[in-house]
Design a protein. Sequence first.
Length: 588
Amino acid sequence: MTTGIDVAVAAVPLLLAGVLLVGFLWPATRAMPLAWVAALVIGYTAWSMPVNWLAAASAVGVMTAIEILWIVFGALVLLYTLMEAGAFDRINRGFATVSDDRRVQIVLIAFFMATFIEGAAGFGTPAAVVAPLLLGLGFPALAAVVAAIIGHIIAVTYGAVGTPIVVGIQSPLEDVAFTRDAIEAGGMTVQDFSVEVAAWAATYHALVGFVMPLFAVGMVVYFFGDPDERSLAPAWEVAPLCIASGIAFAVPYWVSAWYLTAEFPALIGSMVGGAIILSILRAGYLLPDEEWDFPERDRWEDHWVGSIEPGQSNGSNAGGAESRGGVSPETESTDLSGGEEMSLLKAWSPYVLLVVLLVVTRAVGPISDFINRDIFIVSWSDILGTTLGGSVAWMNVPGFWLLVSAVLAIPIFGMSGKEVGDAWKEAGRKIVSPFIALVFVIAMVQVMLQSGAHPGAPEVGSMIVLLAQTTADILGVAYPAFASLIGALGAAMAGSNTVSNITFGAFQFEAATQLGLPRTIIVGAQAVGGAIGNLVAIHNLVAALATVGLLGQEGRVMRLNLIPLLYYATGVGLLCLLFSYVLFPGVF
């Protein structure tokens, strides 16, 4: 029989992580190893897990972490390659020179560029890159961070070429017997299920998130406009542009999620939508009649700006000269191979190649079959005498094709060996902290998930199953309204949609099963919640604020970002209730 003590003990690893990450503001590299140790101790003492099962579950977590990091490393290499080549600066100027109106710049840079970078790299990269770009254009540092974080949220579920879905949902559900068996009993593979989850998540995002360009503009003009006369009137003046931008992004984004794969929505939505809106603006449509700008510099609040003045570049962080590989002002706007301004098509070409490579390797049967052969898969079955196993299809994972695109970019841009080396070294430096954090957080989750799989496991099932059953009992029929908030809590603690999905994906699946709710719809809400939690994730806020010289303002940004978070969570909660009980109660 389950007791309150059982539930409290099962929750200790998650509570410990939350207290250390949010309460004491510890970095994940320090907090997650302790949370993993707590899971080991509880697994051994309260769940009677043998030592070999504890080690095997942790090993599965390490393999999953390696798969994620393979993708993240490739994404960072490609991004820093473009920065080194000056292509990223060319893309930025393609957006920034359309209009001097700050509201238009928010739409083009804080929305379209940020969502593109999220789809390409993820893991906190958009805000850390886009905020310094906006600062360099003359935005107050605090406004730059707020706009960049709000602007990219709709894309986070498909960040780093779909990592939160492909790895965050699919891999953990494949690794756990009770979820894998339930999905297969429903006539689906786990991969099919994760694709369905991605499609439902895109539906939530499209219906709720298409207004995020207007939200970002509204937040900036209201909180950073004339301090004597706060008003949303300047935002309403560009509402047609904002709504058109949201729709131009959301339609190809939604179509991609339903009819292609979970790897493309953010990339395709930002590239197609951005191209459409740029064309409309260049034709003279949707531009505001009068340009809006921030008040005079001497009227700004002290907390708007930190150690870097607007209009300056932070040479030690993303978006500055060093992160662009030391590209000098004299050369950063030129084509390295010829000295003339690089065309936008050439600047975008590595990402166009990436999309083509990913489509071909997934849609063309013979090629897909070839790269999924056993010789291209590193696997470990029956780990340490258990029934647990894991694998990494290193050639099929997007990380491989991201690296291929980065290599192809070298002759496209005529890059030198030093420039290529600098890009790879910078990516290597950026991967160290995520590596430590991800290894321990996923190992912790695997111990919690597998705690009910070993011979002699308690009747209550795993720690995750027990927590899910208890939560389902408490919330009952209201559970769909809170599903996205559970995902948001995970992301707020860990600063990652992927980690939130890994931590709570099986939890949400089991809760939906206990309540007889559509599991794809509930887990889809989890995937969306993992995105919106990034609005207040302390780690993401610290990273973004550091790039604009404004450390110490995390609490202020968090309070401001609670506004879009509550909007998003409420909208998704209402849709989840509607989908679960009225419109689509019969889906799996």
